[in-house]
Each structure stands twice: as C-alpha cells, then as structure tokens.
Design a protein around this ligand. Structure first.
Ligand code: TYD
Ligand code: MG
Length: 459
C-alpha cells in the first residue's frame, strides 16, 4: 500500500528526515532541508518470487573496444577520454553564465554533421537558442531543437525507433515529472527525471548530456546521487574576468579524470585552445620580482603558468595571506620551511599568491616555483625571465623529484625558455626515461631550498 505524507529532504545530499531542522544531520549543510510530498512505497517481499539465475563469466575474455563518437571539439573529446560512448550519460556542471549552453550547442552543431542530434532547452525559448546559433555561426546545423520541460513529453518523443543519437537536456533542474508533487529542481524531481532519462538513454543507446546547475558551494545542485547515476561528470569552470574556460572531468567511467580541456570565450563562442601555455603566459612581463614560471602538468599535457607572489610589510597583528589558484595550506607549509630551514622569516609580512590567468593548480610540483616567487619578491630580485621552475619541497627543506620532468622541459624549450630550475635527482619513471630531451635548456639542479635562496642573494 502506498502512503502519501510530507517528508523533509536535504537539497544538498538527498537524505530524508521526518522533522524539519536547520542543519542536515547527514551532510552538515545549513538551511538545506525543505518539505516535499512523499510517496512511500512499501517494498514487497522478495523471497516469494522466483529470480532468474545469473550467468557468471571469467574476468579474462575478449570484449569489443568501445565505439566512440567524436564531437570534433577536440578539447571536449579529450576530457571525455577520446570521444563519446553511445548509451552513456554526461553531466555538465558550472556556474551560471560560464558557457555550458554555448559549449553544448557548439558540440551539438558539430556532431550534427554526421549524427542525429536533439537539443532540448528548458531554460531558453527556441528563438533564443536560434539567435545564439547564429552568433556561433551554426545557424545551418541540422540540430533538432525544442523547448520543453515535461518529462512525460520528452520521454514520449525520444522513445522511438528512430531516436536521436545524441540528446542534450539543458538543464535537468528545469525538467519535471508530473507524477511527483514537489517543484522542479528539488531533489526528488531531479533524481527521478535523471533516472528515467538515463534508463532511456541506455535502452535506446543514445548519448545523453545533462546540464546541471551549481550551488553556492560549487557542487551540482540536487543530490549527490546524481553524480553516482551518470557515467561522466564534467565541470566547466573559469573566472568571469578571464576569457578562458576549463573543462575538467571529476568522474569518468570511460577515461582518465586528470585531463582538462581549455577553451577561450570569444565573440563567436568558445574557441579551442590547443596550446594553453602560450595563452597563460601571454600577458607576462619579464624581469619583475615575485614572478616565476611553473612548468606543470595537467593529465598528459604539460602546461606552463606564471606564479606571482607579493611579499609586503604588514601593519596588521596577524598579517594577511591571500591565495588565488593554489592551496592555502600548501603556501603555509612552504613559508614554514623557508622560515625554519632557511632562516627566511616572512611572519611580519602580508603574502599574496596568484596563479596568473585564473588556473587552479593542485600539483605539489609547484612548491619550488612558489618558493622561488616568494624569495624573489622578498629580495626584490627577479627570477630570470627565461627560466622555468618545478619541484616538490619536503618538510626538511629538501627539493624532491617530480614525475614527467622531460615532458615539462620539452614544453619549456618549445616555448623559448632557456633555463630550468629543477630537483637535483631525476625520478626514475617513464616520463623521465628519455634523458637529454631538455638539453637545449641550461639546467640548474637544486637539492635543498637553501640553494634557491643563494640564487637571490644581492651581489
Ligand atoms: P551560457 O552558455 O549561456 O552560460 P550557461 O549556460 O553556463 O549559463 O553563456 C553565456 C555567457 O557567454 C554570456 O555571459 C555571454 C557569453 N558569450 C560570449 O561571450 N560569446 C558568445 O558567442 C556566446 C554565445 C556567449
Ligand atoms: Mg545555460
């Protein structure tokens, strides 16, 4: 028997309580619990019915390679692990206005050259989408366009033998199922609508793109379960003040998650950036103290970025530490090591650290570049403009080797850098096997952070 009553659902994690509360006990979020109409299904006993015997197979065995569909937006294909897999579902999240609709409309238009593509918008009217297509130069693309929000209508239209091969739903928060009483965008609605759409995508074998809104905390609105249900979760991020946007996979059942796609938002839509290092370094001014170029890696791709530090005397009792694009705790660690192991105390100074261009770096390999930028700013002696830096710093001040040193050096040489400040002992791994690749660079190896300070001694 189905019993219908009210229940309280956390809009962040989806946990259900019988009473309203200001704070969700399950995930700790404040003010996230709202009332929703409940439909409690009493589960039927399973022991009575007869199940079918499942067949087990060996782990080894031949399976056909996954067919892939190329979007021809190579940055998107790269993040998806080399193209789209039919029957899979991709969730695309990001701040409002970051360019999710633009990205998916461009992908849809490119795909429509040799696939049947449907774009269903619940947020914009058909005319608005058409206007955007004109602006993007895709007015003639054969994309089937509709403005709809009813799940029932969408399912009925897609559940056909000649269904599209790719379907974009923009956004999942606007779709509603009329058999659920709560408002569109609530946990129950989002979860139910996504489940139905994914089931259909698997059955009919089409690629399903779901656009998801992002909450203040930066996670996709609606329950976390949405992320579990889909095959791939992509976040589209970037700074409003900057032109470029980064597409990052946080989950991918069909590929690695450490690849990123780089785009530039232009008048004519999103342009792919094949050489991100050149873009990130475009506005760099040489011979300024506190600026240092870090040779980083994003997945398999080397990426050179400028790290800027400003060390200024502070009048505050607890000086300011402001970090953009890097981990604050990591900065504290590098400063503590500089203080305790090298005698460079910055405790009376405000310290600002910025990864230029708005990129976010997570690699420990940036430690040495950060330290060089800090020391350079503190001593007011510039890091040579043609020098790249990478290396991890340990708590005793030792500079540790990092992976893929050769790839980093090769990229630096390609972009015209002449010197590299690197850890003394190379790590023995695949990326470092080549030896001599960076031979066009003059290599300065350092074993301890103290050696870096020596470089910035005024003569
Ligand atoms: P949009 O794709 O609507 O963002 P989302 O779907 O993530 O909310 O992007 C809107 C922004 O992109 C808007 O601020 C204007 C900008 N934009 C351009 O700069 N150039 C373009 O060609 C287009 C279509 C949008
Ligand atoms: Mg949009």
């Amino acid at each position: 028997m189905a019993k219908s009553s009210a229940q309280f659902v956390c809009q962040d994690c989806g946990s259900v309580t019988l009473k309203w509360a200001g704070k969700c006990e399950a995930c700790g979020a404040w003010n996230s619990i709202t009332e929703e109409a409940a439909r409690e299904e009493v589960p039927k006993g399973l022991s009575g019915g007869k199940g079918k015997k499942i067949e087990f197979v060996g782990l080894s065995g031949s399976s056909a390679p996954l067919p892939r569909m190329m979007t021809r937006l190579s940055e998107l294909d790269r993040v998806c692990g080399g193209g789209l897999v039919p029957g899979s579902c991709l969730l695309v999240g990001g701040d409002p206005g970051i360019g999710k609709s633009t990205l998916l409309l461009q992908a849809a238009a490119r795909l429509s050259a040799d696939a049947v593509v449907a774009y269903i918008s619940g947020e914009e009217a058909v005319d608005q989408v058409r206007m955007r297509a004109v602006r993007l130069g895709h007015a003639q693309a054969k994309v089937a366009l509709a403005s709809a929000t009813s799940l029932r209508d969408i399912l009925a239209s897609l559940d056909q033998p000649d269904c599209p091969q790719v379907v974009v739903i923009d956004s999942i928060q606007t779709v509603y199922a009329d058999n659920i009483e709560s408002a569109p965008g609530t946990v129950s609605q989002v979860r139910a609508c996504a489940a139905e759409l994914i089931r259909l995508a698997k059955r009919r074998g089409f690629v399903l793109f779901l656009v998801g809104h992002v909450t203040k905390e930066g996670t996709i609105a609606g329950p976390r379960v949405l992320e579990h249900m889909v095959d791939t979760v992509l976040y589209f991020e970037g700074d409003r003040g900057h032109q470029f946007r980064i597409l990052r996979a946080t989950k991918n059942r069909f590929g690695a998650t450490d690849e990123i796609g780089v785009f530039e938002m232009t008048e004519g839509g999103l342009a792919e950036v094949a050489n991100p290092s050149a873009l990130f370094l475009a506005e760099r001014r040489g011979n300024v103290s506190g600026s240092c170029v870090f040779a980083g890696m994003e997945g398999t791709r080397p990426m050179l970025v400028e790290i800027q530090a400003l060390v200024a005397p502070s009048t505050l009792s607890s000086p300011r530490r402001a970090v953009v694009g890097w981990d604050t705790n990591r900065l504290s660690m590098v400063m503590a090591v500089l203080d305790a192991r090298c005698g460079l105390a910055l405790s009376g100074n405000d310290v600002y650290l910025n990864v230029a261009g708005g990129l976010r770096i997570a690699e420990p390999a940036a430690d040495l570049a950060v330290a060089a930028a800090l020391v350079s700013s503190a001593s007011d002696i510039p890091v040579p403009a043609d020098m790249v830096v990478f290396g991890e710093i340990g708590l005793s001040g030792e500079v540790r080797a990092v992976a893929q040193a050769d790839t980093r050096l090769k990229e630096a040489a390609k972009l015209g850098f002449a010197q590299a400040l690197v850890p003394a002992r190379p790590r023995k791994d695949k990326g470092n096997a080549g030896g001599g690749v960076g031979s066009s660079l003059s290599i300065r190896s350092v074993g301890h952070l103290q050696d870096v300070l020596e470089l910035f001694r005024p003569d």
